[in-house]
Design a protein around this ligand. Structure first.
Ligand code: PEP
Ligand code: MN
Length: 337
């Protein structure tokens, strides 16, 4: 249920509605726009509908939210949510580029990637430190040492950093090194982990599950926002289909659909979607054209020797080429890279 307050409703009137909702055991989530305050009432629909909300002072109208996701729905929050990742803002104007290696492998590899990312105009640096892989025999990441190297590379280049957190017990520790926490595709429905990252305030990038529907992704985001953290960035990274020519199938239609359904920013990861460096720049342009807020791509000083996801990692020259293509396309779409 969404309670829209009248223009200029007083804070006492808003509090009156919040108190009334709490009395019947419902949660009240406030969304303050420039003119209007909207209160999202979450709880037992039957119970809430018994409260004469329309009769309370300052209330303009009461609208039921039909979607299963509430707080992340555009009905609840009509304006785009702007997420600030250590100074890099996902605000629909700028097309934000996140780049870096799949995994942090060592100091030199991380620092040279960071310098290249910075030089070529990326806005955020990535690097995985915890890499549970499909095979337990593959490289599993450097753990906390990897986080130290990522943070150092970020500091040296002035780039904010993002990394994946895979364990509820690591959230506070990982969060102390980075500007944004990433929830990987395989953990999109790890509800305990979602709850935990919702209890802290660092932005969270939530990747779409390998076989998840858009609704399931938005329900996963709802867990994080419900915990109190509305700094959520969604990421379309390809889904499993019958097609085997690419590692996954990039579902670009997800982007404009999510834009209609939700106020959260959404970016695209063409690296994991395709598994092939040759077509990453093409799909990054596609992401820009369909209105994504940014892309995340993997790059490596020497992709052929990468310990993880080398075939989908761009070399520095290829990354520079992609940036140039994005920069020349952006003005036609009213965007800046
Ligand atoms: C990643 O971005 O490092 C990653 C592991 O991606 P995904 O969770 O989408 O597979
Ligand atoms: Mn990877």
């Amino acid at each position: 249920m969404m309670i829209v307050m009248k223009d200029g409703a007083t804070s006492e009137e808003v509090q009156g509605v919040v108190d009334r909702l709490h009395e019947v055991g419902a949660e009240a989530h406030l969304s303050k726009g420039e003119f209007k305050t909207v209160i999202g009432a979450i709880g037992d629909r039957e119970v809430i509908s018994q409260v004469p909300l329309l009769a309370l002072p300052g209330v303009e109208k009461v609208i039921p939210i039909m979607k299963p996701f509430k707080l992340v729905s555009r009905e609840f929050h009509p304006d785009d949510t702007v997420v600030d990742v250590g100074g890099a803002r996902l605000d629909s104007g700028r097309f934000v580029v996140i780049a870096g290696p799949c995994a942090v492998e060592g100091e030199e590899q991380m620092l040279s990637s960071a310098r290249a990312a910075r030089e070529m105009g990326a806005h955020i640096l990535r690097g995985g430190a915890f890499k549970p892989r499909t095979s337990p025999y593959s490289f599993q990441g450097l753990g906390e040492e990897g986080l130290r190297l990522l943070a150092k590379a970020g500091e040296m280049t002035g780039l904010p950093v993002v990394t994946e957190v895979v364990d509820v017990r690591h959230v506070a520790m990982v969060s102390s090194y980075v500007d944004m926490l990433q929830i990987g595709a395989r953990n999109m429905q790890n509800f305990l982990l979602l709850r935990e990252v919702g209890l802290q305030q660092k932005p969270v990038m939530l990747k779409r599950g390998l076989s998840s529907t858009i609704e399931e992704m938005l329900m996963a985001a709802e867990y994080i926002v419900r915990g109190g953290n509305s700094n959520v960035v969604l990421c379309e990274r390809g889904i499993r289909t019958f097609e085997t020519a690419t590692r996954n199938t990039l579902d670009l239609s997800c982007v404009p659909l999510v834009k209609r359904l939700s106020h959260l920013p959404i970016i695209v990861d063409p690296s994991h979607a395709t598994g092939q460096r040759e077509i990453i720049a093409d799909l990054a342009r596609g992401a820009l054209a369909v209105g994504a807020d940014g892309v995340m791509v993997e790059m490596h000083p020497d992709p052929r020797s990468a310990l993880c996801d080398g075939s989908q990692s761009l070399g520095f020259d290829e990354f520079a080429g992609m940036m140039e293509q994005l920069r020349s396309l952006a003005p036609a779409l009213g965007r800046v890279v």
